[in-house]
Design a protein around this ligand. Sequence first.
Ligand code: ATP
Ligand code: MG
Length: 413
Amino acid sequence: MRVTKLFTKTLRDAPADEVSKNAQLLIRAGYVYKEMAGAYAYLPLGLRVIEKIKQVVREEMNAVGSNELIMTSLQRKEVWEKTGRWDEKVVDVWFKTKLQDETEVGLGWSHEEPIVEMLKQYVQSYKDLPISLYQFQTKMRNELRARSGIMRGREFVMKDMYSFHRSAEDLESYYNQTIEAYKRVYDRLGIGAETYVTFASGGAFTKFSHEFQTICEAGEDVIYLHREKNVAINEEVIDEAVKELGIERAELEKVKTAETGNIFNFGSQKTDEMDLHFTDENGTKQSLYIGSYGIGITRAMGVIVEKMSDDKGLVWPVNIAPYQIYLVSIGENGSKQADALYDELTAKGVEVLYDDRDERPGAKFADSELLGIPTRVTVSDRLVEEGKFEVTDRASGQMKTLTKDEFLATIST
Ligand code: ATP
Ligand code: MG
């Protein structure tokens, strides 16, 4: 992509009403546009990051045998009434609206009930199980506060997965496999070392649910952590959990975190409430066991920005950077050489953002840093004469002068 073809421009200042660091940087760098508090448009660069995060998640969900689909955003009232969750005293984030004929409908803040309802049409016998389904979808939640930028949206992208089993044991085994899959996701997103599987409240069937909490100053949660023992507990359940796990509270470190994902074991409660059953080998009607597994795609993106950016701007991990290389041309000769290098790299499938603008070098360098592309390659009149390029690593700031062959050897395609 040529920068002259990007419709976005970098901004010196973020909008005055934007208080969160992640949104300030993403807006300044042209990744997102703020429509209103809690609602952000993802512009071409931002969309590429979202798609990369989704692809990592997709590969890992596929690897545990889940199948991708997309449910609807419009949801039926009767479906949610079955579990009592149409009630706004029970679920306080509903956006509700009406069809022209006055039928009340909800906008999907979760798809737990609709997917259970849908499966009634597809699950009859034990032979149909297990089933695991997931989607990436824009959830709508009328959150009371939305001051954390893209970390808490009123409209945000979630990956939600649901699994359906014939027994508690089968669910448990899948649940544990999913924990491992989630760990791989966070590793690949570059936040694995700082993301803890955390005991949390809210398990309907088990005593605890599991949250994936990423250490982050801008997060809204607090966990108690034992780094060596690799134990983390949400403060909401700290008293109960220390008792249960036999840990000394004094040994635990209190840290601020953001919940980037969570998983729940629903047991068979929801299937009983909603009357989703299957028949076993003996023709007996049985309850299904359900697990629910979320990842906040846009929240994870916000957390990565919060954790990795520096005073110059964004710093993307290679796996989710919108482009791998920021190519800068300086001077006339440099431009010609840069054009050729751009074509060559693009043909090889390398993702290059080429700053082909007629701008001073300082402005191009500043933008390359704000945009956070992992590697900057500078082609200047001076270096071209020696057959060399300047290659700068965004994260460390380290600069090397390499010949073209040396540079090409550093990029994996
Ligand atoms: P929170 O306690 O932060 O409100 P939640 O318990 O409501 O989260 P879930 O309903 O289980 O979360 O959603 C699954 C995942 O979606 C969460 O772990 C989080 O990463 C993400 N998420 C939830 N609410 C939001 C939001 N308003 N904006 C962005 N991401 C969100
Ligand atoms: Mg919530």
